[in-house]
Design a protein around this ligand. Sequence first.
Ligand SMILES: *Cc1c(COP(=O)(O)O)cnc(C)c1O
Length: 345
Amino acid sequence: MNIQDLIRPTVKALKPYSSARDEYQGNSADMVFLDANENPFENGVNRYPDPQQRTVKSLLSEIKSIPQKNILLGNGSDEVLDLIYRAFCEPNQDNIITLPPTYGMYSVLANINAVGIKSVQLDVRFQPKVDEILSIADLNSKLLFLCSPNNPTGNSFEAVAVEKLIRSFKGIVVIDEAYIDFSNEESWASRLNEFPNLIVTQTLSKAYGMAGIRLGICYASEEIISVLNRIKPPYNVNELTQQKAIAQLEQNELTQNQVREILEERDVLVKQLQNVGFVSKIYPTDANFVLAKVDDATKRYNQLIEKGIVVRNRTTQPGCENCLRFTVGTPEENKILLDTLKSIG
Ligand SMILES: *Cc1c(COP(=O)(O)O)cnc(C)c1O
């Protein structure tokens, strides 16, 4: 497969903006920086941030065992996903494939970028229908989105199915691993060398506890990373975000402990939900949330709101009729949820 053939002609022809920090990359403290029209008086953020976020990437590289040259960072994974659209999808011509019920941003971004949407609903076990997906793809199908573990269902996709899709799909396969840090499955990022058309996205918004700083991660071949670097805003990850991310990644132990606690709490939540009379099904989950089928999702959602508890009503999603999605909270929050569910039942 030739990745160059998938890139939009405008992006291929583009001469990227070269920032002051791109042209001089040294960071030695005794240099005199008079190149970027900054205010020279030091306050911690008077200088432009590192456009390549080298310190953040080196920490991530170590934690995730992925070479730094295969990493690109963005203002949340939402920016990373938008960059992928703008690199590969020609407006009013190309299309993407999404597998509902899944994360809504893939369709929203397609609509923003005037890109067509083909969808193939997941099967009853919320697994991809591989043959149907491959048969619906056409020459303009540039991106296939696999969300694993999937939001809102919580399950991971079977490796055999994912591998067949990566090998057979003629465009780029994007695996959204926003919840991978809660899962025992291995990240597909460890297999980038095998698959030139693979992009894996992750985020600091979920397990790493940093939704507020907006830091999304993209892992791909050097070739794809260099295409995305051409079109990203030069200083897309701000200095405060980089500093916070560095501090958090340096205490990775803390994150691992929190993940362990969240998973223990999730098991308690799953067990206790079985004792709620109007819950008829609890779906298997590899993430920090639980999807459950109830008698009347909208009624139960409204009752919870009245008691001051906000959950996600997924009833309008295909295959998720009367389903509520519960994020795992602190032990205290989960107890409040369960007590309330039992009291309204
Ligand atoms: C939460 C979530 C993200 C995270 O997006 P950010 O912009 O990094 O906060 C990405 N994909 C899925 C499926 C999610 O649920």
